[in-house]
Structure formats: structure tokens, C-alpha cells
Design a protein around this ligand. Sequence first.
Ligand SMILES: [Zn+2]
Length: 395
Amino acid sequence: MTEAPVPAGAIDYEVISLLSDLVRIESVNPSLAPSGSGEAAIAGFVADWAHRHGLATEWFGPPQRPSLLVTSFRGEPPDGAVLVLCGHLDTVGLGDQPDPLVPRIDGDRLVGRGAYDMKAGLAAALLACRTAAQLAAADEITGAVIVAAVADEEFASDGVQVVSERLVELGAAGAIVLEPTELAIGVAHKGFVWTRIDIDGVAAHGSRPHLGVDAVMQMGPVLVALGDLDRQLAERGHPLLGPGNLHASLVSGGTEESTIPAHCSLVVERRTLPGETVADVEADVEAVLDACRAADPRLVVTASTTLAREPMETPIDAPVANVLADAVTLASGREPQLAGMSYWADSGFLSAAGIPSVVFGPAGDGAHADHEWVSIASTVTCAEALSATVRAFCR
Ligand SMILES: [Zn+2]
């Protein structure tokens, strides 16, 4: 290993230099790690960078957890197509890696927290926005780029939710969410729904079972029926994403050894396919509970949705997918794979807001793990592909 700190300005590639600057700024999501600084400092850096390069900014969200739009235009958007490049500002906790905020070069790898997920994509997006401003000034394009630099993707995606309405208002015609994809183009991903199921039994002394109703025991048939539902889901799949699924995430109940438990609660996560709605998930859960109620008249059970995130599916012939695919081919010399992504991303919100969206970013490894790195060559290719996309899309 010949890891050495990256001296500021020592790298030829501007995108790598900008990426290194972004890695140096701690932006750990405080909802995940209470000591995290959040997005204020990194958003301030992005805004300064944008202003230095003649770009405009618009702020959203609370000052300590801000999101911002960086636009290649001032005032009203121009007539041509507006492309959104979306990158989150936050990272997960620093983990157990030495000097996670000191970007280091190791061969083709730039090592540091957030390098891969997803400061490399954010750096590439900012440069593409500047390219758009330059091309517009030279009358080579009539459209524009908006970088949505958003907070809180790693926890509740508050950032993308506060900017999506504004992006629609500004006429966004397509969006690229710059999560790492190893230069594949993600045209679909699952959504998810969290359901909390509560059973109310009756507490009693363990020696007097006739006076109690055991809520934990009653959860057994519910779990078995949910397992059956999961097996049914496995029978119908999506061509890019495979089947939907569910799992029992959290279970709790009971108070002490000799007391029949009066309460049991269960949290279930269902991963949904494009076309499956929250109402569909709720109906499936209700059918499971109805069957359990029919089998056990003493069962008192309720279910509620605690969080839902939309799936995404963008037709592969949508302009944003098409144009990006050509641009990646141009930049990398290889036709990119159009694929389903295994994870959920902010693209779920943008797509639900009516903006055709894809997920695209560089190669690397160690997202959310202890040794995070991004490929330098692939980050450069990502930046080149975004610039080529701007030329062809923003017309
Ligand atoms: Zn990410």
C-alpha cells in the first residue's frame, strides 16, 4: 500500500481535486451518528464554489440541515430542456477507518468517507453545471442544469422532499441521481413500506392462564401468515428487479418471565415493485390479519403504515436514459448496462414528482463500510459522461 494524502491542487483532474475538497468536509448525518456535523458546512462550500464559478444558488430546509439548488442560469430557467443532477451532501458515520476525512490516493482509488457514496458524483455534477453555463453563454445549448445538492438522504431523505416541488416548477425534464452504479444506468428500483402491527392481549399471572391472553403467542400465526405472503410475492417478479419481498424487522413484547404478555408489536418491511402502491401493501397486510382474526376470535390486532417510499421505473427509451447511455458510451468506449438497482434512492421521490429519473455514478466500494473508496478513472468518466449528456440533452 502506498497511500499518501492528496495535496490540494496536485491532481490534474479537476473533478478529483473537487472530490478531495468535499471529502475533507465532515458531513455525517446527525440522525445516524449524533456527533455528525450535518450538511451546513459542505453546503456552504458548494455554494461558495458555485458563486466563484458564476452559478446561482437557492437554499431550502432548516439552516442546520440545508439543501441547495445550484443553477446554470439566473432568474427564470431558459426555454430548452432542464436537466437535474441530484447528489446528497450527507454521509453515514465515519466508521473504523484511519483518517476518514483525509482523502488518499492508492493506485486508481481515492480513499475516504463519502468518496464513493456519493461525493464523487456530486463533484461531477457541479462541473457539469458549470459546463452548462459555459455552453449556454456560447449559445451552444438553450437548456440548463440544476444540481440538487440535498441533505439527509442517508436517513429520511428530507432534502429531496423539500426541493422536488421547486424542481418541477423550474421545468425539470429529466433527472440523474448520482449514487454509485459502477457506470451502469439504473432505470428501476424497488420502493419500501414499513408496517407496524400491534396485538393487544390481557396480562395475567403465569399461574392463572385462564385470566390472560398471550399477545406474544398470538403473533406466531401472524408471522407464519406473513411468511406465506412473502412466498406468494416470490412467484411474481419484475424483469429488472425480480420479486418483491418482505421481512420481519423488529419484534417486541412481554414484561417479565411470570407475566402473560399484554402486548406484542412487530415491524415488517415490504420491498415493493413499480406499480405496487401503499394501498396494495396495506390491503395485503389486512388480508393476513383478517385470516388470523377468523382463526382466533380473541385476537385484537391493528396495523399501520409508518413510512413509505415509492419505487421507480423509467422507460429505457426515455430521453434522459437514452442520452446518458450514448454519453457513457462516448466517455468510456463501452455501452452501459441499463439495470435495476438493488437499493432505494432519492430518485423514488423525483420520479414520483413526475420527473423521469435514472441513477448513475462511478465505481468503487465500501459504501457504509470501513474502507470506502471510489475509482479515480471511473469518476473522471462519470464527469465526462455528464458533460456530454448536458450537450445533447439541454437543447
Ligand atoms: Zn448515497
